[in-house]
Design a protein around this ligand. Structure first.
Ligand code: FO1
Length: 304
């Protein structure tokens, strides 16, 4: 069994590669819920949905979120009515949020609803919200406090961030399913997701750090920075603004004590010694899953 600590796109691609690499391995993902948001009364779980849509092969590759072949009639009409439409909910995507929200309002947990959706999408990967309790990532910025999606979508993550807060994480209960996956897996992988806003909210849930530090030799992290830059999103900018080195060494320091092996990109081969000096093994391979061969190479590195 392999369990992947997951944010959105990078984790989705890694999970897809791991599934293609070995059709039989038991795969699960412990997924960040700090980006989750209630909009128009609907509960939206961007990381869970990005992974689900990607594994089902129905994701919108250009946008990196939402569904392929999407239309936007509801948002257009909402705008005409003067409603908030800066957070784009496609007509097809809305069905997922309606389904989830109705089930939650009837007392189902996020874990249960996700299991139902995963089964309806015909997937054989267990997608596990790290907790069923409310966890909300927020930013202190030059504009004042912003919610995750205000920062990320409304302001295009183009605002100086002074601090990140993960409200609710310290009091959240690690779901039984997530705990079981983390304890039972022979390999735990930290996906090439944003360490500060995708992985950290998972690490802050009580119990996760203890399990990872005890199982350190089985934990492999893939650096999301290549040549000092993130492939997508604000990881590089946030690392700089929050005082971390903006390279794989900075990522390795962030994960110090919980990771036995860091996988860094060939572009960063010259950082291998400095990464290793943080106290972990280093594997150098291609980490950019730009085509099937590269994705398989990364899956190989993660498993070996
Ligand atoms: N990202 C955007 O950049 N613009 C959007 O309008 C947007 C809408 C959206 C709707 C549903 C969903 O599941 C995700 C959505 N995202 C959108 C992506 C998402 O908010 C972020 O990429 C993640 O939260 C960061 O991991």
């Amino acid at each position: 069994m392999i369990t992947v600590l997951s944010g959105g796109v990078g984790a989705a691609r890694l999970l897809r590669a791991l599934r293609r690499h070995d059709a039989d391995v038991e795969l699960s993902a412990v997924v960040n819920v700090g980006d989750d948001v209630v909009m128009h009364g609907l509960t939206i779980c961007p990381d869970l949905d990005t992974i689900m849509y990607t594994l089902a092969g129905v994701n919108n590759d250009e946008l990196g979120w939402g569904l392929a072949g999407e239309s936007w009639r509801v948002m257009q009409r909402l705008g005409e009515l003067g409603g908030d439409n800066w957070f784009g909910l496609g007509d097809l995507d809305l069905a997922t949020h309606l389904y989830r929200s109705q089930r939650l309002s009837h007392g189902a947990t996020k874990t249960e609803v996700t299991r139902e959706l995963v089964s309806k999408f015909g997937l054989d990967v267990a997608l596990l919200p790290v907790s069923d309790d409310s966890i909300t990532t927020e930013f202190d910025t030059e504009m004042g406090p912003l919610s995750f999606q205000e920062y990320f979508v409304r302001h295009h993550h183009d605002v100086v961030v002074n601090a990140v807060r993960v409200r609710g994480a310290a009091a959240a209960r690690l779901s039984d399913e997530s705990r079981d996956a983390l304890e039972r897996s022979e390999r735990i992988v930290i996906a090439p997701s944003n360490p500060l806003i995708s992985i950290d909210p998972i690490l802050r849930v009580p119990g996760v750090l203890d399990i990872l530090s005890q199982r350190r030799d089985d934990v492999v992290a893939v650096s999301p920075l290549v040549g000092g830059a993130a492939l997508k999103g604000p990881a590089d900018r946030l690392m700089r603004e929050l005082g971390h080195d903006v390279n794989s060494v900075g990522v390795a320091r962030f994960y110090q004590g919980i990771v036995g092996t860091m996988i860094i990109d060939v572009v960063d081969a010259n950082q291998a010694d400095a990464v290793s000096a943080t106290g972990c093994d280093v594997r150098v391979t291609t980490t950019v899953m730009s085509d099937e061969n590269h994705a398989m190479a990364l899956a190989d590195a993660v498993r070996s």
